[in-house]
Design a protein around this ligand. Structure first.
Ligand code: DAH
Length: 340
């Protein structure tokens, strides 16, 4: 039996096929229902109990080797065939190359940018590795303040602290430091938090923030701008509501909800039967923040807002697990071909 297996292994190794017929003969002889290897499996019952495990392992290995060889030769013959064709007939159509698609997060980011640029916002970006001042201190997070805990992150250096930014609000600071108002900008980018990964949270995600600073900018401007965005993005019939909230860098602060785009506000499991879903945080820029960035808070006022792109995308397309965005599974990504 051992010799037989050994000689089969050698035969498999040495075998070459010049065409599909030869390959098919080889496959049938070894692997078909009445093939040699299949036949060996029927001898299982004659093998003493204590050797059965080993025998099974060796036979399976033999079968896999044979199958791998068949697959390999089949691919090789296929390659030769296509090479032959293209060598001989240059008028044949080329193989179809499937075009890639934009990632759903890119699609949504572009759509948001498109909506805001239509009303005069421009796009700016900043570094993902930030110092403490731009990520926290300038934004009115006092040292040791519990608000810092809500945005724990990954530190690259301590004293002075250098960390992965927890929000793109740091880019607001950079803009205010270097631009004389009026400022009307949005800030898309990747952000990081020290969070356990789950269906709802990830340690890497994306945000878009917005900032508008000028003379006489009011809460009414904030509401109208975000109302316009919600309708453009989620549809004409979308309703919005503002709830009071807290952020260190805005005063007053609010969170904006939209009427649930799945059930139209009637109540479903996505909106937890309240008819509303939260989509962003916003508020009037705190005068302390303006002063930290060398903008005269007696002369200028402004509003700011920030939203998570994953969250918006999940709501828009009813995606239930944030991890899908980062797994690069084509079955998921291909579903967004024709979106927008
Ligand atoms: N930076 C906040 C966060 O990451 C979101 C946010 C809230 C941004 C209010 C703003 C704002 O600009 O005004 O949770």
């Amino acid at each position: 039996m051992k010799d037989k297996i050994q000689s089969l292994l050698e035969e498999i190794k040495a075998f070459k096929a010049e065409n599909n017929e030869q390959l098919e003969k080889f496959r049938i002889r070894l692997l078909s229902k009445k093939g040699v290897i299949t036949g060996l499996f029927t001898e299982f019952k004659n093998v003493p109990k204590e050797h059965r495990k080993e025998f099974g392992r060796v036979l399976n290995e033999l079968k896999n080797k044979a199958q791998e060889k068949v697959n390999f030769l089949r691919d090789e013959l296929e390659d030769v065939k296509t090479a032959d064709k293209s060598d001989k007939d240059l008028t044949l159509p080329v193989d179809f190359i499937e075009l890639g698609t934009l990632h759903p997060l890119s699609i949504v980011r572009n759509k948001i940018i498109d909506i805001f640029t239509r009303i005069g916002f421009t796009v700016a970006e900043g570094p993902e590795i930030e110092d403490d001042f731009h990520n926290f201190t300038a934004l009115n997070f006092p040292e040791e303040h519990p608000a810092r805990d809500m945005q724990d992150t990954f530190f690259i250096e301590k004293d002075p602290d250098i960390a992965l930014r927890t929000h793109t609000s740091s880019v607001q600071v950079r803009a205010m430091e270097t631009t004389k108002p009026p400022i009307r900008e949005i800030y898309p980018g990747r952000v990081f938090r020290n969070e356990a990964i789950s269906a709802r949270a990830h340690c890497i995600f994306h945000q878009i923030e917005g900032l508008y600073i000028d003379k006489n900018v009011s809460f009414a401007d904030l509401k109208q701008t975000l109302f316009y965005f919600a309708k453009e993005f989620f549809g004409e019939n979308t309703k919005t509501r503002f709830r009071p909230s807290y952020f260190p860098f805005t005063e007053p602060s609010a969170e904006m909800d939209i009427s649930c785009n799945i059930c139209g506000g009637k109540g479903c499991n996505i909106c937890k039967y309240v008819g509303w879903v939260e989509i962003l945080g916003c508020g009037m820029v705190d005068p302390n923040v303006l002063e930290n960035c060398r903008i005269d808070s007696k002369k200028y006022t402004g509003f700011a807002f920030g939203m998570g792109i994953e969250r918006i995308t999940m709501l828009k397309y009813r995606i239930e697990d944030i991890r899908l965005f980062f797994e690069n599974d084509l079955r998921f990504l291909k579903q967004f071909k024709s979106a927008f």
